[in-house]
Design a protein around this ligand. Structure first.
Ligand code: HEM
Length: 509
């Protein structure tokens, strides 16, 4: 037999066996998916779009139509109850809105963060992104070592010392707004508060002055935007990265990740040198990041990468959320003149004609605090958190076999009539100090050991910025703009909150 015939024969055999192997693997995988369906199908849930893809086609449709995916989850919660199932390939996630289970699971260190969800943002399109930083660390010990070191940078005594920076950065915004008021141009409030919150976190966490309002061409705000977009696309649409139409976007996102991590490496090196030269360095987040790395190094872990993970974590978590809260608050105040009037009266009473907000003022701004809390009820910027179920458990009477993840969303529970009467009405009275506290149905900062480390920091910052703004300016929303939410990984106002502003008649500045 000629050589080419032997080769042709073997090629035919090999192709045949390969196809058989692929076919058997495919059937095996389908059987596994079927087995998973059998295991969890006693839990109610919307019909799957597809046996293998589960609910992925619905997620893709929602994303392509630019809707907030959590509105779909809310509809499903109303229809299928306090615990329902979502399938994607062989994985199952449960969406839980029952307060008792929320309390039990989120408050307990026993339930770790969902490794599948958080590992997906360990890397972003092949580049290390949030890695093993504070938000994404799943292993309890790795997380705890970091949190223990970081906690003092968020103690009330340390935060008190940040009031000057909050005031100073807010003052830059006020000066910028003064020009806008004089020139009678339109203010995109979201864009501007975004600059302020990024300035604040860079100054207090890393000791760096960005002064973004004076440098509108800075690449950082856009890099954060791109990273958030990439994160959410990759989590909700596993096909996004593979589509040739998205190649350009993926490259842009990779460049954004590189920019954040190389900036982190540069700033960390500068600080390390300052420490080596025995210079006087602040006890800020960057110093804690260096300390965390030393601690992890003692355990032989990959300390350099974890430092960069935490740099990126604080760069993003420390900025985007507070900016969204502030711009949604301004949007709602603009829509509710009575609430705006009352908030301004309180600001005038507490601050009078004084320029800077003092730490002692913060506790007196009761109604403004209610406004900020109500804003987070309707618009929680970091919408959800998920936990992994390691052992069989029971939720709302349903047996939940181990090996699935549970999604908790403050967006869903905060918009349910069951927990908040007339839920879509913006009503700060819900958070009146004498009103009963929502029972595990309102948790914009998450709950328990993995709750937000920056909660107090962010609310101090938000109060200073909002107070100064209301003290100095009258504003109205530009007519015709949308009040919709844009879901970009965190929630933000779609329109950017466009305002016309003018000096308050009473303002002496
Ligand atoms: C309105 C502002 C903010 C909101 C609504 C918010 C919300 C949240 C939520 C929901 C989580 C849990 C995330 C998860 O489980 O995956 C979280 C975690 C975290 N946040 Fe915030 N956040 C805000 C501001 C900040 C700020 C200003 C900082 C830093 C200065 C910060 C730092 C963190 C950190 C480090 C974690 C991880 C905590 C841990 O697991 O130990 N956040 N935040």
């Amino acid at each position: 037999m000629a050589l080419y015939q032997i080769v042709a024969e073997w090629t035919t055999y090999l192709t045949f066996y390969l196809l058989c192997a692929v076919f058997i693997a495919f059937v095996g995988y389908c059987l596994y998916v079927w087995h998973i369906h059998q295991k969890y199908d006693h839990i109610p849930g919307p019909p799957r779009d597809n046996f293998l893809l589960g609910h992925i086609p619905t997620f893709r449709r929602e994303m392509n139509s630019d809707r907030v995916i959590h509105d779909r989850f809310l509809e499903w919660t109303e229809k299928y109850g306090p615990v329902y199932r979502i399938n994607t390939f062989h994985t199952v996630s449960l969406v839980v809105s029952c307060p008792e289970a929320t309390k039990e699971i989120l408050m307990s260190p026993k339930y770790s963060k969902d490794p599948l969800a958080y590992k997906r943002i360990f890397h972003l399109f092949g580049l290390r992104f949030l890695g093993n930083g504070l938000v994404t660390a799943v292993d309890h010990d790795t997380w705890y070592k970091q949190r223990r070191i970081m906690d003092p940078a968020f103690s009330s005594s340390y935060l008190r010392g940040l009031m000057d920076t909050f005031n100073e950065r807010a003052e830059c915004l006020m000066q910028h707004l003064e020009v806008i008021a004089e020139e009678r141009t339109i203010a995109n409030m979201h864009r501007m508060v975004n600059c302020v919150t990024l300035d604040v976190i860079c100054k207090v966490a890393f000791g760096v002055d960005l002064d973004l309002l004076k440098h509108p061409d800075s690449p950082f705000p856009n890099a954060i935007d791109l990273c958030l977009q990439g994160m959410i696309q990759d989590i909700r649409d596993p096909f996004f990265r593979h589509s040739p139409w998205n190649r350009k976007k993926v490259r842009e996102i990779q460049e954004a990740v590189k920019l954040l991590r190389t900036t982190g490496a540069k700033w960390i090196n500068q600080r390390r040198k300052a420490v080596e030269n025995a210079e006087d360095v602040p006890k800020d987040i960057l110093t804690k990041i260096l300390k965390t790395a030393e601690e992890l190094k003692a355990d032989g872990e990959e300390n350099h990468e974890v430092m960069l993970d935490n740099f990126v974590t604080f760069f993003i978590a420390g900025q985007e959320t507070t900016a969204s809260q502030l711009s949604f608050a301004i949007m709602e105040l603009g829509r509710h003149p009575e609430i705006l009037k009352r908030t301004k009266e309180e600001v005038d009473e507490v601050l009078g004609t004084r320029r800077d907000v003092l730490y002692e003022d913060l506790g007196k701004l009761t109604y403004l605090t209610q406004v900020l809390k109500e804003t987070l009820r309707l618009y929680p910027p970091a919408v959800g958190t998920s936990r992994w179920i390691h052992e069989d458990t029971v939720i709302s009477g349903f047996k939940i076999p181990a090996g699935c993840s549970i999604l908790f969303s403050s967006y869903i529970t905060s918009r349910m009539e069951k927990f908040f009467k007339d839920p879509l009405k913006f009503d700060p009275e819900r958070f009146h100090p004498d009103a009963s506290k929502p029972y595990f149905s309102y948790y914009p900062f998450s709950l328990g050991p993995r709750s937000c480390l920056g909660q107090t920091f962010s609310q101090m910052e938000a109060k200073v910025v909002l107070t100064k703004f209301l003290q100095r300016f009258d504003f109205s929303l530009v007519p015709g703009q949308s009040f919709d939410i844009k879901d970009t990984g965190s929630l933000r106002p779609r329109s950017g909150v466009l305002c016309t502003i003018k000096h308050c008649a009473k303002s002496t500045f």
